[in-house]
Design a protein around this ligand. Structure first.
Ligand code: NAD
Length: 279
């Protein structure tokens, strides 16, 4: 039987509407500073989508588009200025930064209570102990998609493929917070297909097109595809071989229209949270 498609577009629209209504009803003034360095086309698309979402929600967004050759000092100076500006509630530095810049140092410079991506070490630490203000947008969005299925995480076998700091690791932590039995797989995992087949909830965050094939999926599983891969023909595709996996999974996210829009919706939510914390 074909899987239920988890409609990330519709679910993200509902989250954004809620954020918009909250801002309007509570008369909040919310501002997000978006910093982009260089002219990476994918980053440009992400930044434009984030700005559109801000507009929809009633969040004022200010873009700081810096040239590719920006120095580390200049970028840190801008972050300092934004940290000190009481009108700025959230600061987002679009990654990846050009190679000559030290991403880690830039993230650590952002004031933790304006760190709406939740990448700062202190926010990451707070996620570990379950005492957080912000959750990283992509894993938080994945959790919303899982909740939308009605499948309880508690007690379930959860497998996350990928161990990056921004997706895989926090994703595993959020599943653990909800009492999932969590396995993290990565490029050195032995018998990956066998491990994945155990999963009631399978999250793929690898960055390789069509990596998860039908033999890796337990019938009825919830399959969340975080991957965004651009094929030679210009089309986007996920990490999951959608056509065949959707024949056996219970629920599956499409790419595009799954996790991507959720990431932006959760950013909107984090920005409102930041404004409230600062108030
Ligand atoms: P990353 O490159 O930092 O991490 C990829 C992970 O996959 C690594 O931990 C690695 O161990 C694992 N991996 C690589 N090859 C493997 C193999 N053969 N077997 C098992 N594991 C393997 O990437 P990332 O930043 O975590 O992003 C992953 C994907 O998610 C990318 O396609 C990225 O574009 C996408 N992404 C999407 C969103 C969104 O909003 N939808 C947000 C962030 C990232």
């Amino acid at each position: 039987m074909a899987a239920n498609i988890i409609d990330g577009k519709a679910i993200s629209a509902a989250v954004k509407e809620k954020v918009r209504d909250e801002i309007a009803h509570e008369g909040l003034k919310v501002e997000l500073a978006v910093v982009i360095v260089g002219d990476d086309p994918a980053s440009r698309v992400y930044v434009n989508n984030k700005k559109k979402a801000c507009e929809f929600c009633g969040i004022k967004s200010y873009e700081y588009a810096l040239p590719e050759e920006t120095t580390q000092e200049a970028l840190l100076e801008l972050v300092d200025t934004l940290n000190a500006d009481a009108n700025v509630n959230g600061i987002l530095v679009q990654l990846p930064l050009p190679k000559h810049l030290d991403e880690k140092a830039v993230i650590e410079r952002i004031s933790p209570n304006k760190d709406v991506d939740a990448f700062h070490e202190s926010n990451v630490g707070r996620i570990m102990i379950g005492n957080y203000s912000f959750l990283p947008c992509t894993p938080a969005g994945c959790m919303e998609l899982i909740h939308s299925t009605g499948v309880e995480v508690s007690g379930k076998e959860c497998v996350v493929i990928g161990r990056s700091n921004i997706v895989g690791k926090p994703m595993a932590m959020l599943l653990l917070h909800e009492n999932g039995t969590v396995t993290i797989c990565h490029s050195r995992t032995h018998d990956l297909a066998e491990v994945c087949r155990r999963a009631d909830i399978l999250v793929a965050a690898v960055g390789r097109p069509n990596f998860v094939t039908v033999d890796m999926v337990k019938p009825g599983a919830v399959v969340i595809d975080v991957g965004i891969n651009r094929l030679d023909n210009g089309k986007l595709c996920g990490d999951v071989k959608f056509d065949e996996v959707s024949e056996v999974a219970g629920w599956i996210t499409p790419v595009p229209g799954g996790v991507g829009p959720m990431t932006i919706a959760m950013l909107m939510r984090n920005t409102v949270t930041a404004a409230k914390i600062q108030k």
